[in-house]
Ligand binder design. Structure first.
Ligand SMILES: CC(C)(COP(=O)(O)OP(=O)(O)OC[C@H]1O[C@@H](n2cnc3c(N)ncnc32)[C@H](O)[C@@H]1O)[C@@H](O)C(=O)NCCC(=O)NCCS
Ligand SMILES: Nc1ncnc2c1ncn2[C@@H]1O[C@H](COP(=O)(O)OP(=O)(O)OP(=O)(O)O)[C@@H](O)[C@H]1O
Length: 216
């Protein structure tokens, strides 16, 4: 089985590209979704986060206050504390998913979609990306395009005024600042998909990379 890491910064279009690969038969798992599941009440990760950050990060309904955690992590210098709790558990869950898939479908292509393939592990004891992936696919777009698309996505989900939009933009920039820039990821990537243009162009690039993955 081929293990592929699909990565790219915030708003680069990873999920969009992941859907295109899934439509071609690739098995895809999203790190953000695994992370969300493991941060639910009752999970070990949830317990560790509450121990580390205190009861103030718990909402009245018992779920974690994600905007507050984002503020603590990206604005108040506590990202490393959060990463050290979440990343090892997310990586272990991804490995388990891939191993199960391999047992059932040894010829499958398993794709793990994560913004943080290169970043995860830097601050903790988790297996490095070189040990976990056969191939890396990087989705790129200029940072301003990433931010613009990220804000458009928020805008379609809720009514936001100009002041709120500015706060979302600051939030997005603080997250991008916590990610390694594309220029430093490109040399370590096997395939680069430029998603700065139309979706149709991206689809063509996905077709090409898919063909190469199948024959890899
Ligand atoms: C801080 C949290 C609670 C904010 O939650 P929120 O729902 O606002 O964002 P969400 O998790 O959907 O992430 C959205 C995007 O933010 C960026 N981002 C998230 N975590 C990180 C991080 N640790 N470092 C850099 N960028 C990040 C990514 O581009 C991601 O796609 C959450 O992102 C979190 O727990 N992050 C730390 C753990 C982590 O890395 N999770 C993501 C993959 S496992
Ligand atoms: N080529 C494109 N042209 C126009 N819009 C696009 C293009 N690619 C993606 N988008 C839109 O940009 C937004 C961000 O894309 P997507 O959610 O795929 O990015 P992501 O890298 O997964 O982001 P995040 O890391 O923030 O979860 C979405 O609303 C998506 O529909």
């Amino acid at each position: 089985m081929l293990r592929v890491g699909l990565t790219g910064g915030l708003g680069s279009g990873k999920s969009t590209v992941a859907e295109m690969f899934a439509a071609r038969g690739v098995h895809v798992i999203s790190a953000d979704e695994v992370g969300r599941r493991l941060m639910q009440p009752g999970e070990g990760v949830y317990r560790q986060i509450v121990e580390q950050f205190g009861k103030e990060v718990v909402r009245a309904d018992g779920t974690l206050n994600r905007p507050l955690l984002a503020e603590l992590a990206f604005r108040q210098g506590r990202l490393d504390e959060l990463n050290r709790i979440v990343h090892p558990a997310v990586i272990a869950a991804q490995e388990e998913w891939a191993n199960d898939l391999e047992a059932r479908e040894p010829d499958a292509i398993a794709m793990i979609e994560s913004a943080l393939i290169f970043e995860a592990g830097v601050s903790g004891s988790v297996p490095g990306w070189k040990d976990r992936f056969d191939k890396i696919v990087l989705v790129t777009a200029p940072d301003d395009v990433k931010i613009q698309r990220f804000l458009e996505r928020i805008g379609t989900g809720m009514q936001v005024n100009a002041e709120q939009l500015k706060l979302f933009e600051e939030d997005a920039r603080s997250r991008l600042a916590a990610q390694i820039p594309d220029s430093e990821k490109i040399p370590f990537s096997d395939y680069v998909i430029d998603n700065s243009g139309s979706l149709e162009r991206t689809r063509q690039e996905v077709d090409e990379v898919f063909g190469r993955l199948r024959s890899a």
